[in-house]
Design a protein around this ligand. Structure first.
Ligand code: R5P
Length: 305
């Protein structure tokens, strides 16, 4: 197996390759003065199984185009199989029509990835479990939930006596399945859910309500991604307003758009745990942020896929 990396998340590609006991194979990625990209596969890949890792995070269009070209270059160079590892799948939130007249962006992405020649897709904590249904190729849907459960056990529960001191919190109704799975792997830790009301035009969140007991508990918010941070801010506000004692945040994808990093640092939450599905530049790293690597999970997934 040969593994290649796009430019969006080289550290994760390198860590994953290390777990697989191989090196990342070289690619020539050059940018023309007008911004167009040229991709060239350097090594021979004829009849080889190949893997390309690229997170299609910000800037999503550029990262997708680069991924499409890498896949095309591998295909034209004779690779026998191309597996795309897309730890963060951009445009996944627009997976259906929310308002009349909208495009279903994710469907366009799925069709294009398949059209350019991807044979298999590995993705991580997809926004909806229905996303794989948009693809006709095999999709391996990996999750950070086990890593989160491990971290919660190690860093939080160990010093406490009762599970009843904790409450897992889904900051919106879309995350209930995720929270139930995590609760189960933590010995049925209690959970609460927030009904988030977001204005689809402005993105503002208002009049949220909570279902479940959080009073005097350590609340652990778990979400698939943090983009602007507004969901987490609103969740923390409602938790503290309902008497939660301490707050921790876990999210798989650190999208961190706009001023999310500053907003998150200003939270009362003691720690914000995220994974490395998206590369976080230095200027977006803040003291209460802790990163958990998914490289082991991806390597294990690739071995068996
Ligand atoms: C929404 O359904 C997702 O699960 C996240 O809660 C959301 O995308 C986070 O976005 P933001 O950080 O901008 O509130």
């Amino acid at each position: 197996m040969k593994i290649f990396s796009g430019s969006s998340n080289k550290p994760l590609a390198e860590k994953t390759a290390k777990e697989l006991d191989i090196e990342v194979s070289p690619l020539e990625i050059s940018v023309f003065p007008d911004g167009e990209r040229r991709i060239r596969v350097v090594d021979k890949v004829v009849d080889e199984k190949t893997v390309v890792l690229q997170s299609t995070s910000t800037p999503p269009d550029q990262n997708y185009m680069e991924l499409f070209f890498i896949i095309d270059a591998l295909k034209r160079s004779g690779a026998s199989q191309i597996t795309a590892v897309v730890p963060y799948l951009g445009y996944e939130r627009q997976d259906h029509i929310f308002r009349d007249g909208e495009a279903v962006s994710l469907e366009v992405i799925a069709q294009t990835l398949q059209r350019v020649g991807v044979d298999k897709l590995v993705a991580f904590d997809l926004h909806s479990i229905k996303v794989p249904e948009l693809f006709t190729i095999p999709v391996l849907h990996l999750s950070a939930l086990d890593l989160f459960a491990q971290k919660i056990r190690e860093s939080l529960i160990i010093n406490h006596k009762s599970l009843a001191d904790f409450v897992l919190v889904s900051p919106d109704m879309g995350g209930i399945r995720r929270i139930k799975m995590l609760s189960e792997s933590l010995g049925n830790m209690p959970y609460a859910t927030i009904e988030k009301n977001r204005d689809l035009t402005t993105g503002d969140i208002k009049d949220s309500s909570i279902e479940g007991d959080v009073k005097d508990k350590t609340a652990i918010i778990v979400d698939d991604m943090i983009s602007t941070g507004r969901t987490i801010i609103a969740a923390e506000k409602i938790l503290l307003g309902n008497g939660a004692k301490r707050v921790f945040v876990f999210a798989t994808h650190a999208v961190f758009s706009e001023s999310a990093a500053e907003l998150l640092q200003s939270l009362k939450a003691e720690k914000v745990f995220v994974t490395d599905t998206i590369f976080i530049p230095k200027e977006k790293i803040f003291p209460k942020l802790e990163m958990i690597s998914v490289s082991g999970v991806i390597a294990e997934g690739l071995r068996n896929f």
